[in-house]
Design a protein around this ligand. Structure first.
Ligand code: FES
Length: 154
């Protein structure tokens, strides 16, 4: 991980504080999440307190601080999905998995991420799990969908 971070910092050798978000995005793209080590290193590189970085990063719900689960549930919160009830769908998934968006279940089986439009608005509200689209999702379907992925693991 160290080398990957160093490569990113090399590309942002004279970066200032306004590079914080792009650097965090690059790290997450590369590593899938922002580890504590990564956040501390970014703080040293940009001379920003770690607590401040967490403060900024948690404001944007695109960042995650835990590795993804084996099954990564992406909930679209684009306009079409939002209008058709993606918020209640998200809440149902959070209740079912007992984790919040951005978190990973303790057994490592599931993680949830809220994403912007994933380009399937005609199927709204949409979930994407491990690359598979689930169309016109309702709260009633959540149990069945999640259990189908859980069963694949057994
Ligand atoms: S708004 Fe959800 S797929 Fe476009």
């Amino acid at each position: 991980m160290r080398t990957e971070l160093e490569e990113i910092f090399k590309r942002h050798a004279h970066a200032k504080r306004d590079s914080l978000i792009p650097i965090l995005q690059e790290i997450q793209d590369k590593m899938g999440y922002l580890s504590e080590e990564a956040v501390v290193s970014v703080g040293q590189h940009l001379n920003i307190a770690t607590s401040k970085i967490y403060g900024v990063a948690t404001f944007y719900n695109q960042f995650r601080f835990e590795p993804k689960g084996k099954n990564h549930v992406m909930v679209c919160r684009g306009t079409a999905c939002h209008v058709l009830g993606s918020q209640t769908v998200l809440e149902a998934i959070e209740n079912k998995l007992k984790i919040k968006a951005g978190q990973t279940s303790r057994d490592g089986l599931f993680s949830i991420e809220v994403v912007a439009c994933i380009g399937a608005c005609g199927l709204a509200p949409v979930l994407n799990i491990n690359g598979n689209f689930h169309a016109k999702v309702t709260v009633e379907k959540i149990d069945e969908i999640i259990e189908s992925y859980r069963n694949k693991e057994e």
